[in-house]
Structures are given as C-alpha cells and as structure tokens.
Design a protein around this ligand. Structure first.
Ligand code: NAD
Length: 253
C-alpha cells in the first residue's frame, strides 16, 4: 500500500503529483461525484450523500423507471434541482487548463452534471450521459427539459416516458464513449482518479486497465485492491488548485 498523504501532508503529496504530471506523456483523468461536491452537488455515498435519503440503486434503476415512473420522476427532479444554478469550482477549471497546456489528454467522468464541459474541458467522455438532453424511452424521439420537469407525456407518442439522457442502473453505457475511454485509459502512462468510491460497475474496472502510474485523489481511502502509486486524501477542488499553483510556480508552459 502506498503512503496516503493527508492533513498537513497534502502539500507534499501534491508536489509528488505535480512531478508525475510533468513527467507524463499521456495523462488521463477519471472523475466521480466527489469532483462536484464542492460545487454543492451531493454525491451518492459520501458523508452528505443522496444515499442518506434514497437508495439510488433502486430509484435510479431502469425497472423503477418502467414500473414506477412517478417515483423515478420525484428522485430525478430532486437530484436535478440540486444541479440547477451550480457552477464549476477551481478544480474543474484547473483540469481544463491542464488539458489546454497538454498536461492531461482527457477526462472520463461518471458525472452527469456537465461541469467539466462548462469549465472548458474539451476531451470529455461522459460515461453515464448528461442531464443536458432528454428523450422518450418509448419512441426514442427527443423531448425537452420542460417535458421532463412538468412530467408531460411524450409529444410524439403520448406515453409518460420522458427521461434524461443518463445511464440508469441496469442499462449499458454508451458504446462509443465507453470504447474510446477504455482505449485512452489503456494508452495512458498516468491515471488520476478523483472523487469516486469506485463502487459502480463497469467504471470501477477502468483503473485496472491503466498500465502506468495511478494516483487517487479522494477524501476517503478507497484504494484497497487498486495498487495506486500515490494516494492524496482531501478535497478535490482544493488539491487541484494547489496542484495548478505548484505547476505554475515551476514556470513550465
Ligand atoms: P460516490 O458518491 O459513490 O462516491 C463519491 C466519492 O467521492 C466518495 O468516496 C466520497 O468520499 C468522495 N468525495 C466526496 N466529496 C469529495 C471531495 N470534495 N473531494 C474528494 N473526494 C470527495 O460517487 P461515484 O463513485 O461517482 O458513483 C456514483 C454514481 O452516481 C455515478 O454513477 C454518477 O453518475 C452518479 N452521480 C453523479 C453526480 C454528479 O454528476 N455530480 C452526483 C451524484 C451521483
């Protein structure tokens, strides 16, 4: 097990991470809900996670959508409501800047919030979809946010089956996005895993595919079994801001 840097050791751990990032030729990032909590979107399993109110594995499952649309709708609107009006935090901007400077190649994310995109990141693999688009699960045609929020029937086929374009439990991931993310992660020589419990399959298999160095940046230590080379325990936004400052201080363009 690598040493986990935490508390007053975070700065030292972040310096080690800066060195790894500057040496890497092909660095990739994998993010989860913990990346967004400092933007006030609750995660699932963290201390203030949604798990406290619901079991997302039940309410965000395709069978609940099909058998109890009202319950699915209530859960989604609750979660969606928490994503309204939120903004990227300095950690999202730091990752976008790292990509502009060629220090990272892209981000595979489990998040459906769209915050990486809004911060300016370009190569983003949204493995669980996003809440920016809606469609009818019955006829497959497009729907609007208003159809969803007002629980309207589909304007094409009349069914109550409007949903966000996100992957529910029990569904497969978008094939092309998944394949590309797998290839990118197989190729990378540094994988930075940020803010995820690595409990959700198949995304939790991705760190096993990375053949180079692996770094975990999370506020709890979930590294068992993954053979991380470096573990930094703390808040993603704060650590990424520190990382950006350390890299800037080296004068590397
Ligand atoms: P998770 O809730 O299972 O785990 C989040 C992890 O991040 C936990 O280990 C937690 O301790 C850690 N964490 C919380 N805040 C942090 C911070 N500020 N800095 C560092 N670490 C922090 O999330 P998951 O592994 O992404 O899996 C949950 C599933 O829920 C995913 O499929 C995702 O699509 C969905 N989800 C997405 C969002 C979002 O888009 N923001 C929010 C909730 C759930």
């Amino acid at each position: 097990m690598p040493k986990a840097f935490e508390g007053s050791g975070i700065v030292e751990g972040t310096r080690e991470l800066a060195a790894l990032l500057l040496q890497a030729n092909y660095a990739m990032v994998l993010t989860g809900a913990g990346m967004d909590t400092e933007s006030n979107i609750p995660d699932f399993r963290g201390k203030n996670g949604l798990w406290k109110n619901y079991d997302p594995r039940v309410v965000a499952d395709i069978s609940t959508f099909q058998q109890n649309y009202k319950l699915f709708h209530r859960f989604f609107m609750d979660q969606f409501g928490k994503m309204k009006g939120v903004k990227p935090h300095p950690g999202h901007y730091a990752l976008a800047e790292f990509e502009r400077r060629g220090l990272i190649k892209g981000i595979a994310t489990q998040n459906i919030s769209g915050l990486h995109k809004r911060a300016g990141s370009k190569n983003i693999y949204e493995l669980h979809g996003s809440t920016n688009e809606f469609f009818c699960n019955n006829c497959g045609r497009e729907a609007t946010e208003e159809d969803m929020t007002e629980m309207k029937p589909c304007r094409h086929c009349g069914e109550y089956a409007v949903r966000p374009d996100v992957v529910l439990f029990g569904e497969v991931l978008p094939e092309e996005t998944w394949k590309t993310a797998v290839n990118e992660i197989k190729k990378c020589d540094l994988l930075l895993v940020i803010g995820t419990s690595l409990e959700v399959s198949p995304v939790n298999q991705l760190p096993y595919l990375a053949k180079g160095k692996k770094v975990l940046l999370n506020n709890e230590n979930i590294s068992a079994g993954y053979r991380f080379d470096l573990v930094i325990l703390g808040k993603a936004g704060e650590i990424l801001s520190q990382l950006a400052a350390i890299i800037a201080s080296t004068g590397v363009k």
